[in-house]
Design a protein around this ligand. Structure first.
Ligand code: ADP
Ligand code: MG
Ligand code: MG
Length: 475
């Protein structure tokens, strides 16, 4: 069955001349408002360019968007409760740890601090739950990110950009259909709230960054908003490499970086294998975890964001361990089929199912950041190779969501005139939460983003792939 088609806001009949003019305006608006990044290819910190974005917002059913908004606080709470349930985290990740070194290293850190007694009871979560519309135009969750959820810093600007473009296209009557979007401010609120809980005027907020930060404008947008909200708070940006040499703990577990006391640690790296080239990076992650600083995310939040946890939660009985019946129903409603590939009868059944109809599923390892999943015929060939080994427990199997198609112009930082092309979109809803074992101090839904990719791409990474920033037009 082919994908459903939703009518686009842009007319196919636009002349080249008019298109060039509107694209020109859009590009300059984007630059002026910081919808920019550095690209991975030939990275140069002095070459900040436009992010890819689409010319007009994507039509999105209002009730489904609102559903995503309403359930965000339930999802925040769910992840929080899961993360603080030692037995659940240990049991759920066990089979994965045996097959996947990366998750095993994360779990080792968790186990170490858990046994020592966790110094900082509070965790800060800046989460993004991602959805695609299915073929009945209902939102279905793709995943929930608990670490380094990106594009919140840029998405507020994309909403403004699209309002501007609609007006330029004489569609000013339509701009009320674009929901307000203050994600960047909401993310900054979360970090400031954590800083306030730590309660030390000298405390810095540490952004742990990659050696080469592509998404610099996204991150700086949050930093500048922190400063606007509280003139006392200084953000410092440091890489793991720097921290290996310069981070230490005082006897009272205060985290000292260089000469600074750090009260909040915000990871914008650390979710991918490449962030830990040596054991030293793992050691410094452990050192930070042992500290009194409030971590975003704490190691238990990081583990609660794994694909394995997502798969295990797709069971009403398990959901009800953490949520009331009505909340569990609302969450279950956005789930698609998720299957364990553990070495047991249940896993065998899933393997067989996927091998019979590989085009209906996605095979997912415990990885973040895009580009790691396996699709189509490769699902079959991969399973062929690993079906009798422990290796298969490192993956989960997920039903493929067949999203509707909508035409749009993807604008890139080059001189080519963009072509109207068939696109698929993914909605992200952001939330923040702060809490400990006993209480949730803050729980908020804070905004949204849409990421749109050409139809023929399996994944739409904005930095690495062909994806573009977008915003919803509610109908
Ligand atoms: P990551 O943590 O690497 O972002 P995701 O689970 O979000 O992993 O998968 C990456 C991309 O793969 C998604 O953004 C989406 O484009 C595509 N994808 C993932 N799961 C599905 C699915 N069930 N159906 C359709 N596309 C999917
Ligand atoms: Mg992810
Ligand atoms: Mg994703």
């Amino acid at each position: 069955m082919s994908n459903l088609i939703i009518e686009s806001l842009i007319k196919e009949s636009i002349s080249d001349e008019d298109l060039d003019e509107i694209v020109d305006k859009a590009k300059d608006y984007a630059i002026q408002h910081g919808v920019c990044m550095c690209f991975k290819n030939n990275y140069d910190r002095n070459k900040v360019q436009l992010s890819r974005f689409v010319l007009v917002p994507t039509s999105f059913p209002k009730l489904e968007f609102e559903k995503g908004i309403v359930i965000q606080k339930i999802l925040n709470k769910l992840i929080h409760k899961v993360a603080y349930d030692h037995d659940f985290i240990s049991k759920t990740t066990k089979s994965v740890i045996e097959a996947d070194n990366f998750t095993a290293e994360l779990f080792k850190i968790y186990q170490t601090v858990y046994q020592e007694g966790i110094t900082q009871k509070y965790s800060l979560g800046l989460f993004r739950s991602d959805y695609m519309l299915d073929d009945s135009l209902k939102i279905k969750q793709v995943e929930l990110n608990t670490i380094a959820s990106s594009f919140g810093g840029l998405s507020s600007q994309v909403t403004k950009l699209h309002k501007y473009i609609l007006c330029e296209l004489d569609n000013d009557d339509k701009i009320n259909h674009l929901p307000d979007n203050e994600t960047a401010s909401g993310l900054a609120d979360g970090l400031v709230a954590a800083w306030n809980i730590y309660d030390n005027n000298q405390g810095r907020i540490l952004f742990v960054t990659e050696e080469k930060t592509c998404n610099i404008c996204d991150q700086r947008a949050i930093e500048y908003l922190i400063r606007e909200k509280n003139l006392k708070i200084k953000v410092i940006r440091r890489t793991f490499k720097y921290l290996i040499e310069n981070a230490k703990l005082r006897p009272n577990k205060e985290l000292i970086v260089g000469n600074d006391l750090v009260s909040v640690v915000y990871y914008r790296t650390g979710y991918e294998v490449e962030a830990y080239p040596t054991q030293n990076e793992w050691s410094v992650r452990l050192l930070i975890e042992r500290s009194r600083a409030i971590k975003c995310p704490s190691i238990q939040y990081h583990l609660a964001g794994t694909k394995k946890v997502q798969q295990v939660l797709n069971n009403p009985k398990i959901l009800k361990q953490f949520l009331n019946d009505e909340e569990a129903r609302q969450i279950q409603d956005v789930f698609v089929g998720l299957y364990s590939l553990e070495l047991n009868e249940e896993g065998d059944k899933a393997v067989e199912m996927a091998m019979n109809e590989p085009e209906k599923y996605v095979l997912k390892p415990q990885r973040e950041g895009g580009g790691n999943n396996i699709y189509g015929e490769n699902v079959k060939t991969t399973l062929e190779n690993i079906k009798n080994s422990q290796e298969r427990s490192a993956f989960i199997l997920m039903e493929l969501i067949k999203a509707p198609v909508q035409k749009n112009y993807i604008i890139s930082p080059d001189n080519k005139r963009p072509q109207l092309q068939d696109c698929l979109s993914e909605l992200g809803i952001y939330g923040y939460i702060i809490g400990d074992y006993n209480e949730i101090k803050e729980n908020q839904q804070i905004g949204h983003v849409i990421r749109t990719k050409p139809c023929d791409e399996n994944e739409g990474g904005i930095i690495a792939g062909a994806g573009a920033l977008d915003s919803p037009y509610l109908y």
